[in-house]
Design a protein around this ligand. Sequence first.
Ligand SMILES: NC(=O)C1=CN([C@@H]2O[C@H](COP(=O)(O)OP(=O)(O)OC[C@H]3O[C@@H](n4cnc5c(N)ncnc54)[C@H](O)[C@@H]3O)[C@@H](O)[C@H]2O)C=CC1
Ligand SMILES: Nc1nc(O)c(N)c(N[C@@H]2O[C@H](COP(=O)(O)O)[C@@H](O)[C@H]2O)n1
Length: 286
Amino acid sequence: MLSPNNQPHQGEPLTFPAAQAALLTPYLPPPPPPSAAAGPSRDDEDEAPAGSTHSPAVHVTLTYAHSLDASIALAPGARTALSGPASKAMTHYLRARHDAILVGAGTAVADDPGLNSRLLSPRPVVLDPRGRWAVHEGSRVIRTAREGMGLAPLVLVGHPAAVVEERRRVLEAVGGRYIVLEPRAAGGRRFDWADVLAVLRREGLRSVMVEGGAGVINSLLAPPGNALVDSVIVTIAPTWLGQGGVVVSPPRTAAEDGTAAPPVRLTDVKWCPLGEDVVLCGRIRR
Ligand SMILES: NC(=O)C1=CN([C@@H]2O[C@H](COP(=O)(O)OP(=O)(O)OC[C@H]3O[C@@H](n4cnc5c(N)ncnc54)[C@H](O)[C@@H]3O)[C@@H](O)[C@H]2O)C=CC1
Ligand SMILES: Nc1nc(O)c(N)c(N[C@@H]2O[C@H](COP(=O)(O)O)[C@@H](O)[C@H]2O)n1
């Protein structure tokens, strides 16, 4: 049984073989120093982790599971299990190897996820520019934090008016909070990814695992966000979810002169079978 950084296990034991973990290592941020067990400090030196290609120094891993037809869920709002037991264990291992885990409001609303790890839990971060996520006492991420099985979320909203007082109280009672960030992208509807990473860095978070859903993934894979991605780890499940699924397919973009930009492609690619799934690791070709 593997525990990153030899931290105590949370909840039921989890097995993820060291040999498989070693295959992922080149795509992951460096392990936190043992002193990071109590959570990342907010006044760390701003030094770039090895392999980081951007500043501020936040390692970005994009990771999710999809079907053979690139769907991450059967339908909008439908929680859909794609990962088998082995790749689910990998997800918990990956979560434990990052300071933060990021999802969009659509996932928070649809899945009511725990966003913790049975190993060492990351800080959940929810992108919710318009305040769609009605977080409450019974939300899983809140219960998980209250029970000491995970960390409380940071929720990034686009305007102070998106903060509902009762939700703020619920978040803050477990140590989470709202952070207002100006949505400077997509005509004021989305955050600029560099701004999101700057917020994380200010919070002392040096690595983030971006988990989904499709809105978040497609926005991050489009330029200029994709320049900030350090590595991509995708679980491919041996199933077709069929038409009407929630699909990962970033928008086609054009260069300034109107010509089509080249498709986003991975390089430094490794394929690893994991149970009945296959895990694809790579870096975005620059
Ligand atoms: N199979 C998998 O690995 C995963 C599957 N999912 C599935 O994905 C589905 C949810 O996907 P979506 O509906 O697309 O929701 P989503 O989780 O991508 O959230 C979309 C929302 O996130 C916010 N957002 C996204 N990018 C943003 C940006 N750059 N700046 C500011 N806000 C931004 C916006 O409010 C947007 O409406 C669910 O059914 C869930 O089960 C979610 C995560 C992983
Ligand atoms: N890796 C992976 N495989 C799947 O098959 C999935 N459906 C997901 N979904 C993501 O995990 C969240 C739910 O898990 P927790 O409750 O947080 O443990 C879900 O919200 C998606 O982000 N991931």
